[in-house]
Design a protein around this ligand. Sequence first.
Ligand code: ASP
Ligand code: MG
Length: 406
Amino acid sequence: MTTVVKKFGGSSVGSIERIQRVADRVIADRKNNARIVVVVSAMGDTTDELVSMAGQISESPDPREYDALISTGENISAALLSMTLISKGQPAISLSGMQAGVMTDGRHVKAKILDVKPQRIEKELDEGKVVIVTGFQGINTKDFNITTIGRGGSDTSAVVLAAALNQSECEIYTDVDGVYTTDPRMEKGARKLTEISYDEMLELASLGAKVLHPRAVEVAKENGIELHVRSSFESSEGTRVKEASSMEVNKPVTGIALKKDEAKLSIIHIPDQPGVAGKVFSTLADAGVNVDMIVQSTEQDGSNTITFTVSKDEYADASKVTNEVATALKAAKVDGDTTIAKVSIVGVGMISKPGIAARMFNCLGKNGINIQLITTSEIKVSCAIDESQGELAVQVLHAEFELDRE
Ligand code: ASP
Ligand code: MG
């Protein structure tokens, strides 16, 4: 049976008036689809406000209570939307993550959804109700404590629910009308893509294109669920995120992403011995620091310099841990730089075309942008550059790869 899963983001439910518009849209869609599940985020900046309140109490608030707090924004929007639908004559019910059967692991703040038991949702749908589910939250399997699945996680909630309900599509309504070649605020020539592959979207999402949560794209790919990203305010077609094999690819680069707020750490003159890199990065991993780009270079004296990037908000932790491990391993010192940005070109079309990386480096070079670190994957080339040149890099690369043209 077809059940349409629609996710509405924070700005789409940002006020009572907007919630009313969402309700009207859902009611209109009931004419085509009897069974509708709506996943909502918290209204506007609610989650940020809750986070800030917790921050006023403690720098590291108790994780269980933190999740109990920051999950509440979704309860508000879900109840308001359900209430609105009911007041307009449409039977509806709001369900919390717990009531909707969203089971996670035990980790707070970044919990992983392990399973969904959709019986309650199915029952309510069978009774003719529109079911509104709170995004972002679940409960852990062990003791049913409330967990949250990472900021921006409601997209993932929606896709997981679509999978649990055996659907092949999930609609994501947001405040932009689709996925663009790059951020239109940085580049006026940015174009809306009608389709993009999971892998490209995953790269762009991990690189900070905020339109979709990376985990949501992963889950969609794993379950073969096509994502349809569209505007909650306009009726335009949006962007479909799907399997690359079902797309026509004619350009080497599909999109360009800029990740600001990066930081760089270098461990200078660390002994060149087996196990050193393993020790450094396992220590960072144990401390929960996500390391991104890594480069090791050999010095003339036979020692190494290991340089890596982390996001700026993990810099303080990373720097502390790195200094400790550097001292233990008898490295000379640790240098840090918090003014780094990462610019990336992404495209499945580059798999079969040599020379794309060189074209990127030449373009940056010609424009006076110095490259500090480089990493590549099959469908991506990323360069760490100075933060102040980030937007320029996006603009010159957008032109270089002719992304403003069909
Ligand atoms: N409300 C949560 C957040 O702001 C989850 C979401 O919006 O997807 O991070
Ligand atoms: Mg949000």
